[in-house]
Design a protein around this ligand. Structure first.
Ligand code: C5P
Length: 324
């Protein structure tokens, strides 16, 4: 095989309940993930052995070559939505994924990656995590490793809290720091609008702001659990009931760090969204629509109101990373 292409979805959190901060700096979560039809595509090609691979070299801001390990190299090119803001060095999560998989397999990580982005960068939709998951699946196939899913899930969890879900797809409850997944039964399909903002928010900063807010208000943080009403709404495919119970503990922190988002959420509600919330750590805002048609009119209305950079429609749940 000389190349493999993998399509991977974005996620929105239907419930993001943030528990106490742990000793390792992470927070225990109850995180109801929902994969939506906004996809990145990662292609992996065989790359010739590069004995002279040096530290991160970039070409015309679009492609970079990084030293994957002492005895191999990974190059990466990124195209599409906010591509210029994706790191092209060893900090790129897809590169880290290729390097981690090669190390586990005891081989050189010689590979050329191309990422075609539709998922907003630093947008709270796990775009970087999605690219890492896609790179794992693509390199595994390219190198003919046939790794069991559980092994890919393990590597995924080491790469980031949201990476396992990008492999898993569908709708799932994530516990621990979000990486321990249990599938949630869902009837039918839900229609969404995502309002993309200018710029991004750092996940770590938003968690930090959430901690500061809680300290300032003296809020007692309990052990979170998955909402029964949310599970019931998903099980019967009731969009109205789902819209009423969407929740995100990171939202107050994201709204403080990015104040215009309050107007974006209000505009979505004014135009009949069944539910409106910040997606993950933001700044993307997610709106649940009544139907596919309603999603289209809602997206147009949000753009016309000037409360976002652009608005895109999508539906969920959809499968996780898969070869196309
Ligand atoms: O795991 P990941 O690298 O995606 O997490 C990014 C950052 O988000 C972490 O460094 C941490 O600050 C924060 N985080 C957290 N608790 C979690 C997941 C992420 O505090 N459960």
């Amino acid at each position: 095989m000389t190349s493999v292409t993998v399509r991977v979805p974005a996620k929105v959190n239907l419930q993001l309940s943030v528990g106490p901060r742990r000793d390792d700096g992470y927070h225990d979560l109850v995180n109801v993930f929902h994969a939506v039809s906004l996809f990145d595509e990662v292609t992996a090609w065989d790359a010739p052995r590069q004995d002279t691979a040096g530290p991160g070299v970039t070409a015309s801001g679009e492609a970079g070559s990084v030293d994957g390990s002492p005895d191999g190299s990974v190059s990466v090119a990124v195209e599409g939505e906010s591509a210029a803001r994706v790191p092209l060095d060893g900090g790129n999560l897809a590169v880290k994924a290729a390097v981690a998989l090669a190390a586990r397999a005891g081989r050189r990580p010689d590979v050329r990656l191309r990422i075609r982005k539709s998922i907003p960068v630093a947008g709270g939709m796990a775009g970087g995590s999605a690219d890492a998951a896609a790179a794992l699946v693509a390199c595994d196939a390219l190198w003919g490793l046939g790794s069991p899913r559980e092994e890919l899930m393990e590597i995924a969890a080491e790469l980031g809290s949201d990476v396992p879900f990008a492999l898993f797809g569908g709708t799932a409850v994530g516990t621990g720091r979000g990486e321990k997944l249990t599938r949630v039964p869902v009837a039918g399909r839900f229609h969404w609008v995502f309002a993309l903002a200018e710029g991004g928010l750092s996940t770590a900063e938003v968690y930090g702001e959430c901690d500061r807010l809680r300290e300032a208000t003296g809020e007692q943080v309990g052990w979170p659990s998955a909402s029964d009403d949310l599970m019931a709404a998903l099980a019967i495919g009731d969009a109205k009931a789902l819209g009423a119970v969407l929740s995100n503990d990171l939202q107050p922190a994201a709204l403080l760090l990015c104040r215009p988002l309050a107007r974006t959420l209000a505009a979505g509600r004014e135009h009949g969204a069944l539910g409106a919330l910040v997606s993950g750590s933001g700044p993307t805002c997610a709106f649940l629509a009544e139907s596919e048609d309603h999603a289209t009119t809602l997206a147009t209305a949000l753009e016309a109101a000037g409360v976002c950079r652009t608005a895109v429609t999508a539906s969920g749940p959809v499968p996780g990373a898969e070869i196309v």
